[in-house]
Ligand binder design. Structure first.
Ligand code: SF4
Length: 453
């Protein structure tokens, strides 16, 4: 039995126990109410949901002012209008892995919570396997975490569950987000509370729960989407299994309903600033770690300047180069520059492109000028190649044609199939490069060129 199967078995058991407790409790209540007429208002059943409100992770559309992008547009309001005409970038391998993990977890959660009305209408998930054992274990841990907060938590009753549910914060501004897992919980005080659990499958950036705009957005949107529950507060968890930290993979924040009214007002205020921000006004842009998923990143001058600035001081140590000396770099400088290598290269590209575009529009930036790139002669294009070769032979060149190179492996594989000519390939000694110690490739001994033990 795999770890995921074991989790499902455990969940079934917990669900069975909850059902039994629910039956007992409702039987008791029924008895009480028949002997004593209750004057309290009966809770309205949840409104029947439309199917389009639940959607598979891969098919999620992103709102312009989305929950997941809120950190970006709150910190950099100009990014919304600047990015309007920029298409979404294609899904990279890390994002695809995250989508796979989410879809796999949806599938498990749907099996576990299928008796709840919010889940029985769910149609989005596909039948998929975990990509590997690592994914299976991490998702089993995520599902176990959800069980601990719901079916295995004896203090609460789970009233309803929603998976991959679209939560609308403000329909007029088209503001919505899709939450991975939602439960409506009845607490021992008799009131209903919202529970949202958000899976973060990335391992690159540690995501905090406190003061997290995405979680605040979800919490407000849950209250807006389900007014019929009269929720007294919302607890929002992040579960990030692939980053090891003291606190463990799960962390949370809690918002009383009263606070969420004010938080919602603030989010809508920031949304209006972003919707009205002039993309030509540099004061509307602010770079920072929120640029990470911004689609303007490849052409944003504020982003480029930010990265150049972050290592500017380090380049002072290179002044010695001008005096013909080898610079003595501090270890910190080496690590900072190598760690920002790609960003620095990108920043230079963006700045050059920006300056060139300004020059083309007649606004040369003071201190810059346009020059010719290095000139390289080439064979005349107005004369046939054979004519040039003939002429070269006549002048004493024995073979005017360079030996043609062999075609790339990929072209051969496409033509006759993969692995049909492995015997003709060899693995040359790879060149050695410097990388940060966090790099995933195995370490090589620089003096021998061999892999270290
Ligand atoms: S890359 Fe950063 S600074 Fe530039 S628009 Fe996007 S969020 Fe703003």
């Amino acid at each position: 039995m795999g770890r995921s199967d074991a989790v499902i078995e455990r969940a079934k058991k917990a669900a069975g126990q909850k059902r039994a407790t629910r039956k007992k409790t409702s039987a008791k209540k029924a008895k009480k109410s028949s002997s004593k007429k209750s004057t309290s208002k009966a809770k309205k059943p949840a409104a029947k949901k439309k199917k389009e409100e639940t959607i598979s992770h891969a098919d999620r559309a992103h709102a312009l002012l989305s929950a997941s992008g809120s950190k970006q547009w709150i910190n950099c309001p100009g990014s919304i209008n600047a990015g309007r005409d920029i298409p979404e970038p294609p899904e990279g391998p890390w994002a695809a892995e995250g989508t796979h993990a989410h879809e796999y977890s949806e599938q498990l959660l749907v099996q576990i919570f299928k008796d709840y009305p919010g889940v029985s209408e769910y149609t989005g998930h596909k039948e998929i396997e975990a990509k590997d054992r690592e994914m299976s274990n991490f998702i089993a841990a995520y599902v176990t975490y959800i069980l601990n907060q719901t079916l295995e938590n004896e203090k609460v009753e789970v009233v309803d569950v929603f998976i991959e549910k679209k939560l609308t914060l403000c329909p007029e501004r088209d503001m919505y987000g899709t939450a991975d897992f939602i439960a409506i919980i009845k607490a021992p005080d008799g009131n209903l509370y919202g529970l949202i659990i958000d899976l973060k499958y990335g391992s690159g950036v540690f995501v905090i729960a406190k003061d997290n705009p995405q979680l605040e957005y979800y919490a407000c949107a849950l209250i807006e989407t389900f007014p019929q529950y009269d929720l007294k507060g919302v607890k929002v968890h992040i579960f990030q299994p692939r980053i090891k930290c003291k606190e463990g993979p799960g962390r949370w924040d809690y918002f009383p309903a009263e606070d969420l009214k004010l938080i919602r007002e603030e989010i809508l205020h920031n949304a209006d600033i972003a919707l009205n921000a002039d993309p030509k006004d540099p004061s509307n842009f602010e770079a920072g770690e929120h640029c990470r998923f911004c689609k303007c990143k490849d052409s944003c001058i504020t982003y480029a300047a930010h990265h150049v600035k972050s290592v500017e001081a380090d380049f002072a140590e290179f002044d010695e180069l001008e005096k013909g000396q080898t610079p003595e770099l501090s270890h910190d400088t080496v690590l900072r520059i190598l760690g920002n290598k790609d960003k620095i290269k990108k920043a230079i590209e963006i700045v050059e492109k920006y300056c060139f575009e300004m020059a083309m529009q007649g606004h040369l930036i003071p201190g810059t000028k346009c020059v010719h790139k290095q000139k390289r002669k080439r064979w005349r294009t107005d004369v046939e190649v054979d004519e040039i070769a003939k002429s070269l032979r006549n002048r004493g060149v024995k073979n005017p044609y360079k030996e043609p190179q062999l075609i790339p492996f990929k072209d051969v594989d496409d033509e006759i199939g993969k692995k049909m000519c492995e015997d003709l390939k060899e693995q040359p000694e790879p060149e050695i490069a410097i990388a940060l110690s966090s790099d995933k490739r195995p370490e090589v001994d620089a003096t021998t060129g061999r892999l270290k033990d």
